[in-house]
Ligand binder design. Sequence first.
Ligand code: C2E
Ligand code: CA
Ligand code: CA
Length: 652
Amino acid sequence: MHASSRPHRMRRATATGLTLVVIALAVLSVAGVMRTRRAADTVTRATALAAAYERAHDAVAEEKLAEQHYRLEPGPDVRAGHAAAAAALAAALRDVDRLGGATDRALTARVRALQDEYLASMNSLFAAVDAGDAALVKRIDQNLTDPVFDQLTGDVRAANIAHATEAADAVTDLRHTESIVFTTTTLGFAAGLVLITGFALAAAGYQRRLLRQAAANEHQALHDALTGLPNRILFNRRADAALADPDAPVAVLMLDLDRFKEVNDTLGHQYGDDLLRQVAARCTAALRPGDLVARLSGDEFAVLLPGTRTAEAAGLAAALQQQLHRSFVLGDVTVDVEASIGVAGAPDDGHSADALLRCADIAMYAAKEAKNGVAVYRSSMHTDDSSRLLLLGDLRRALEAGDQLTLHYQPKVRLDDHGLSGVEALVRWQHPTRGAIPPAEFIPVAETTGLINRLTLYVLRLALTQERAWLDAGLSIPVAVNLSPRCLLDAELVRHVTGLLDEFGVPARLLRLEVTESAVMANPVQATATLTELHDLGIHLSIDDYGTGYSSMAYLKQLPVDELKVDRTFVQHMDIDQDDAILVRGAIELGHNLGMTVVAEGVEGTAHAAALLELGCDIAQGYHYARPMPGADVAAWLRTHTATTAMREAAF
Ligand code: C2E
Ligand code: CA
Ligand code: CA
């Protein structure tokens, strides 16, 4: 906003200056022309007047000459010459009247009067000459003619000089005006030129800035802000351009860091960001000019190798992987990460950027699975395993996106007083294209990779966020979260759980973790150690799905577990299947003998509930009480449930 208003103001100022200069120039020119014209008029008039007076003066002198001539050689010619001079004087005086002002006309009137007087005396003089009376001639000349003549010449001469001076002054004035007009117009044009140049420069600068801004915007839209690498949009564009030639081989690598999440979670985002920047730099350095590395999301990078066959691409991928295996120094710590790279190539594996990326993604998961770093896509991967691998990719993206996975909560109800003993958190996945995917479909797949650890932490975070909200609303509802077998082998689990409890300020006693027997049996020593640590924190533990796995009394006895959940498959059929009924009864007895509370899962009707109560079961969970529901609905369910229970009790 600020940056764009400055050039705007500058342009407006220059434009205003330019307009002012143009107006000033116009006013100056008009004034100059008017003044020049006035001065020129004055010059013309004064010059003409001066000339008329000059003629008058000459005519008077001519008269005098004719007079003297007549006195020496009288004759009709001389008289005619005198008359012509008198006529010339009269004509000159008429010119003066026409050209001059009031003063001039007053002067001509006086001159005419003198001339009349002079002509009268001249007639007497001519007569005296003709009579040969020299004495009279002399007298007339001295007393009449000469004084009048002198006055006449004097007046005319004075007027002549006055007007000649006026003309000369007007000429000077004209020159002066001309020089002023010339100087100011020159200066004005110079100023205008400077302003126009300034204006042009400002406009050019502004345009340059706009172009730079547009280029920066385009760069931003096509690049990842953190690493500066091209993003998915630019990658797809370049890939499609490379794929335009159907005969040219094009290879695509999909690269994913195996332990990035760990770095981010344990060291913090700053370290994670630093790691990603260094990975980006190493990838760029490891490739050839013309190859393109892009960051697609989180720790997922793609490489476009135009003109490269798959076999060559696999070699490049292996070299790249070697580069990434060298330790990274992040500030004061050194970390080692591993990368899995999938390779796919056109034309064999697809003809579009999307198709190649998808194949490279499948190959990348295969590489991750096999822990061999690099895998080249084979169509058999697509048939065997692709749905599983695609599901893993999608789940990983869901964990990053943060808005596809939610929790539902299912109440556990005490059979004796119908009070709420707690809720179990069950994950729900709303896939952006496939819709809701049941946990039974993706949990087992996630369990085959390290992704289950990330999922578990994600679920724990959601559950504790909800617990915090309940606590803030004055509700203290114990919440149970399911732990997969693999989680018990995660050395960081206890630290993460402690951190999350601290973060949300949730007392450990409100958290319960459910594990299956098989989870414990898979690695009894480590599982027992982890469970003991969790128990020591004050967290409650349950054995989940009891009856489905093989169980060992010896281990069960050692475990710090206070709840046994009998699997719903036995509960559901206990009324029709004798074996199931025996198992449920046995489980209840066993649990009680070990000092545990026994929960029956999958309680779908009143008959089940009654039978379980009869058998001494403590807690029931199932559709009979409630289906899993969003956390926000639990408080309302609890109010209705409490009210119904109270009414039923009152009825008895
Ligand atoms: P589970 O731990 O045995 O969870 C109980 C399952 O039984 C839930 O299925 C629940 O909806 C269902 N259920 C509850 N009452 C009844 C009933 O009366 N009748 C019937 N037929 N079913 C009932 P859901 O939510 O589909 O979960 C399936 C399994 O997925 C869970 O079995 C659990 O093993 C796993 N799971 C769910 N959420 C998570 C999670 O956050 N982490 C892990 N690791 N596993 C989870
Ligand atoms: Ca469970
Ligand atoms: Ca269960």
